[in-house]
Design a protein around this ligand. Structure first.
Ligand code: ZN
Length: 329
């Protein structure tokens, strides 16, 4: 696709009302149909058509394997344009600037993640964090004596991790899938709310499998589609989320990449996302895997949690946010 002059200028919050409206409308045309990222089937049952900004991403359940995913999405180039140009406008109330609140929250989560991992994996020597954010988790691991390495696509976050936390070249902007491997074989690989943002979670999981030590641990956190996310309402269905895992479908996805799940925990601690699902996996042959929830159960759960008509967190609330985002107020 060729880019016109307006496209080459990042649409920061100072862009005009016209360019913001146009970039949002254009997103509609950039969504493309895609088959199930897990089994390749194009047959699906619809669950929710529109995400919170009214983009028709068609969250659906695969008829082949039961995986729930966004069946209309950007391709990789479209996703990059979205995050570089439109994301900041849409998320007008979460500006991309680094705030003290964001740093404090990240530091809290970094410590929290390490504490939860230490409960199950008390010893490790090399940590790879995919989607390292501000780098607090890696800094905590480094303080515990481990070698660390991470990838992070967000400029602000990467810079903070490299400079403020002194992680330097231990964090890279290179995509984990295609970038240079860490200079050590990790015995702990972590992905905190990373997997659901990827078009193809299998590519990343297989790469992790390839790089890890034979008895290393993989810790994955994702939002749980069948968890208690009612406080999020419509916000849960979101263009940034390409897949919607359940415990069964995450286990199934990990099995396809060569992992067996050893522990499953859910967070109910203050400050942690209520529908958080955390699994600890190792390389190995999985036994029988529970089938994913059926389409009726998924539709009923989503309907009960979506609060579609709520003025607090349903589509009416997001209509107002969208109008404000376009107007820049
Ligand atoms: Zn499938």
């Amino acid at each position: 696709m060729t880019l016109d002059g307006a496209d080459q200028t990042p649409a920061m919050p100072s862009s005009s009302i016209w360019s913001r409206a146009r970039s949002i409308v254009r997103l509609w045309g950039e969504l493309e149909e895609r088959p199930c990222p897990l089994c390749g089937s194009a047959e699906r049952w619809p669950v929710v058509r529109y995400e919170r900004f009214f983009l028709p991403i068609e969250v659906a359940m695969c008829r082949g394997c039961g995986f729930v995913y966004a069946a209309r999405m950007f391709d990789a180039a479209g996703a990059e344009r979205f995050y570089q140009r439109t994301y900041a406008d849409l998320m007008y109330d979460r500006r991309p600037d680094v705030t003290k609140e964001m740093i404090d929250s990240s530091a809290h989560h970094g410590r929290f993640h390490l504490d939860r991992i230490n409960e199950i994996v008390p010893k490790f020597s090399g940590v790879l964090d995919v989607g390292a954010g501000f780098g607090h988790f890696l800094a905590e691991c480094r303080a515990q004596g481990a070698q660390v390495y991470g990838s992070e696509p967000g400029d602000d976050r990467l810079l903070y991790a490299q400079k403020d936390l002194g992680l330097g070249e231990a964090v890279t902007v290179e995509p984990f899938e295609t970038g240079r491997p860490p200079p050590f074989a990790p015995d702990l690989v972590t992905m905190f709310h990373t997997l659901e943002h990827l078009l193809d979670p299998l590519v990343v999981l297989r790469r992790a499998h390839q790089l890890m030590t034979p008895d290393g641990w993989l810790v994955v956190e994702v939002p749980d589609l069948m968890g208690p996310w009612a406080s999020h309402g419509v916000a849960f269905i979101y263009i940034g989320h390409c897949t919607y895992f359940t415990e069964a479908s995450l286990t199934q996805t990990l099995a396809k990449a060569g992992f067996v799940v050893r522990h499953v925990t859910r967070a109910a601690e203050p400050g942690i996302y209520p529908a958080n699902l955390r699994v600890f996996a190792q390389k190995g042959e999985p036994g029988p895997i529970a089938p994913p929830p059926d389409i009726d159960a998924v539709r009923a759960h989503v309907k009960a949690h979506l609060h579609a008509w709520s003025f607090e967190n349903g589509y009416p609330a997001w209509t107002l946010k969208l109008v404000k985002a376009v107007l820049g107020v």
